[in-house]
Design a protein around this ligand. Structure first.
Ligand SMILES: [Zn+2]
Length: 474
């Protein structure tokens, strides 16, 4: 029973008739809490994290796995962490190497068409997509809202067609602060629709972009070909173009010419960048603080996820700046290949399987850089009581909430499955999916103050956990 950990835990427990006097277990020393407060203040006053994401986005640019920019980013972050005095290692990860090609589409037949004209369709290939013939393919278009409608049409109506999945992202849900949930509902089509259509004989699959704003920007992202289905070309059309096609289709036959020429090259050697700030008392016990270094290729990977890497790098920077000495090791990780394979997170969990008991906690920031509201936690429900003092430190910048979640970050999730408590900042998600995976994921979308608030969560949480007086429940 967690007496004294928090009023919440105490209230939930049956009250004994005669309270047994027992000392309240100390979670954090007064010194740790005071130093955590200093870290928060220093994070809010520092532009280090912003300068790091600015370099990744503006100077290096898009960092898709296997690209020259991804390699440059590995070298850059390793160099910066060394400059902070960390013990740095590059952990080998074999990553998929997919490169985008030409991507154009036009409606070449539709009701009301002026002679010798076409209607341009704005789209972008989904990550991992196979190519059309170099000169493209032309086929009739069928629009469906969901998998049920696809199944109801059957092979007879789908065979030989380009299927457009017009499943809308729930903007209201995002506006209410549940951007991640809205994304989750719609993204299943990006992942599974191409194989579902291919099983019924479709020649290509297009999905309505999974995102919250309509500026005729397509949102890319990875797709998953099922083993039992032919691989067909797959792309995301903009919201506007999905609506256009859906409006024309009931009026008569609509035919599209589609050109997609991406290439899947052999897997490439890449790296997770790992930097340790060694603990003074328990150097073998590790608190991971992380973001993913790879990004999609359309934008410059500022909010997804240069920001997450930058706020992780800020943690040892501030600890060094303030001359503090965490008792457990704080390990910065810049993960490789979150976007189109998750090989970095998977490789790490495999390579470190025999050290899992010494993985005290893992933190990942990968939901953008907007104002953070608090901390998500994944693990035993009792974890919440352990974070109440941390939330108090963060309260004054509006980041004092604690939320129990199923997942905190895809790179650290393999560790959660092995019992390692996982954490992430709760980010304001109302606007993130307007830009996510588009050409508009650029540095200007980051408000420096809000990025600093997220860096403060990373610094306070990582340092407090490194000095926690008790083991975390797991
Ligand atoms: Zn991401």
């Amino acid at each position: 029973m967690l007496i004294g950990l928090s009023s919440g835990a105490a209230a939930a427990s049956p009250t004994p008739a005669t309270p047994t006097p027992s000392p309240t277990p100390v979670l954090y020393s007064a010194q740790t809490l005071a130093e955590s407060k200093q870290l928060q203040q220093a994070a809010l006053a520092s532009d280090y994290a912003y300068r790091q994401v600015a370099h990744l986005a503006d100077n290096i640019g898009p960092r898709l796995s296997g690209s020259a920019q991804a390699q440059k980013a590995v070298e850059y972050v390793a160099g910066e962490l060394k400059a902070l005095g960390l013990e740095v290692q590059l952990e080998k990860v074999m990553v998929p190497h997919w490169v985008r090609g030409e991507e154009t589409a036009a409606l070449v037949q539709f009701q009301g068409q002026a002679p010798k004209t076409t209607q341009k369709i704005v789209l972008t290939a989904l990550g991992g997509s196979v190519a059309t013939p170099a000169t493209g393919l032309t086929a009739e278009v069928v629009v469906v809202r969901d998998f049920e409608e696809l199944a109801s049409l059957g092979k007879e109506k789908i065979n030989g067609k380009i299927v457009v999945f017009n499943h809308a992202f729930d903007r209201q849900m995002a506006a209410e602060g549940h951007g991640g949930e809205a994304y989750g509902q719609a993204v299943v089509y990006r992942g599974d629709a191409p194989s579902a259509a291919a099983r019924l004989g479709a020649v290509a699959a297009l999905v309505r972009s999974v995102g919250g704003a309509a500026y005729r920007l397509p949102h890319t992202g990875t797709t998953h070909y099922a083993a039992d289905a032919p691989k067909i070309p797959a792309a995301a059309v903009t919201e506007e173009d999905a609506d256009l096609i859906a409006a024309l289709a009931p009026q008569g036959p609509v035919r599209m010419h589609l050109v997609l020429t991406p290439q899947q090259l052999p897997d490439a050697l890449s790296y997770n960048v790992i930097g340790d700030l060694k603990g003074t008392e328990h150097p073998e016990q590790v608190i991971i603080v992380s973001g993913h270094l790879d990004s999609w290729d359309l934008g410059t990977g500022a909010i997804d996820d240069g920001a997450g890497v930058a706020v992780a790098m800020q943690v040892p920077n501030l600890i060094k700046q303030l001359g503090l000495h965490p008792r457990r090791t704080i390990r910065v990780i810049a993960w490789m290949n979150e976007e189109n394979g998750s090989r970095g997170g998977q490789t790490y969990a495999q390579e470190h399987a025999d050290e899992i008991a010494n993985h005290f906690a893992a933190i990942e920031t990968d939901l953008g850089a907007d104002h953070p509201l608090g901390i998500n936690l994944v693990g035993q429900p009792e974890l919440k009581s352990f974070l109440v003092p941390v939330a108090k430190v963060l309260e004054n910048s509006g980041a004092g909430l604690l939320a129990v979640k199923e997942e905190a970050g895809s790179d650290i999730d393999p560790l959660a499955k092995l019992g390692v408590p996982n954490f992430s900042p709760i980010q304001d998600s109302r606007f993130y999916f307007n830009y996510h995976h588009t050409a508009a994921d650029t540095l200007d979308k980051i408000v420096p103050r809000e990025l600093a608030e997220t860096a403060a969560i990373n610094a306070v949480l990582a340092y407090a956990l490194a000095n926690l007086e008790q083991p975390l429940p797991r």
